[in-house]
Design a binder for this molecule. Structure first.
Ligand SMILES: NC(=O)c1ccc[n+]([C@@H]2O[C@H](COP(=O)([O-])OP(=O)(O)OC[C@H]3O[C@@H](n4cnc5c(N)ncnc54)[C@H](OP(=O)(O)O)[C@@H]3O)[C@@H](O)[C@H]2O)c1
Length: 203
């Protein structure tokens, strides 16, 4: 796939790295092509840097991994996104993109395309390496677009996650952000450290 990465920091960088290893074409979409976080990503295979508009134009999938409030600025620069899939990996932990509760809701309202919430529920270290004691941890997704969910599932597998469990439709997007907060609570506030993760087990 041709994937635009908007937000080339911790999360965008980890996913861009693993997806490039799987042979995807990575188009970093940045504000300043000469000065952006994650410049070392250009050492990865199949990875190039563009303006946000050009990265989006060259891609069928767009990952948003920026502070949530940046979404309005990004929407102005993305250009035509019809027919493309947008993956929202943000968490409105500190500040929501008002008047919307989440970036997912802003994207659904402001674009006419496929949107999914995914890659927001665990720390970026787990996105770079989702393997614990030889077993892959799980990813989670939510939203109304089945097409976007199928792409998120494929990209979750390509990033090394065991499964991408469907949390439900758009009414579960905020719950998925609360689930991310649960990870943040355990890892940081309760002091378990960032090398911990969730896995669904069944019998
Ligand atoms: N850190 C985690 O473990 C984690 C886990 C799950 C979800 N998340 C969520 O993922 C998002 C990113 O977190 P992060 O830790 O990866 O952040 P980060 O390392 O600080 O990176 C943020 C990125 O956003 C870019 N950015 C900021 N404003 C922008 C704008 N207006 N247009 C385009 N790009 C812009 C920055 O670009 P410049 O370098 O050009 O400023 C930078 O590349 C947040 O919403 C966070 O809640 C984080």
């Amino acid at each position: 796939m041709n994937i635009a990465i908007i937000g080339t920091g911790n999360v965008g960088g980890a996913l861009a790295t693993n997806w490039s290893k799987k042979g995807h074409n990575i188009n970093l979409g940045v504000q300043d092509v000469n000065n952006f976080k994650g410049q070392d990503l250009l050492k990865n295979e199949n990875t190039r840097v563009y303006s946000i508009r050009d990265a989006v134009e060259k891609s069928e999938v767009i990952l948003i991994a920026t502070p949530p409030t940046a979404i309005f600025n990004i929407l102005e620069q993305m250009g035509d996104v019809s027919g493309k899939t947008i993956i929202d990996a943000t968490n409105a932990v500190m500040k929501s993109p008002e008047p919307y509760k989440t970036v997912y809701h802003a994207l659904v309202d402001k674009t006419n395309t496929e949107v999914v919430k995914c890659f927001n529920t665990t720390g970026y270290e787990n996105m770079l390496n989702p393997i614990y004691n030889g077993e892959a941890i799980d990813m989670f997704m939510a939203g109304d677009s089945e097409k976007a969910k199928a792409i998120a599932l494929q990209l979750s597998t390509d990033a090394g996650f065991g499964s991408c469990i469907d949390f439900g439709k758009s009414d579960k997007v905020e719950l998925l952000e609360k689930f991310a907060l649960s990870w943040i609570n355990l890892a940081i506030m309760q002091g378990h450290g960032r090398n911990m993760a969730f896995k669904v087990v069944r019998r």
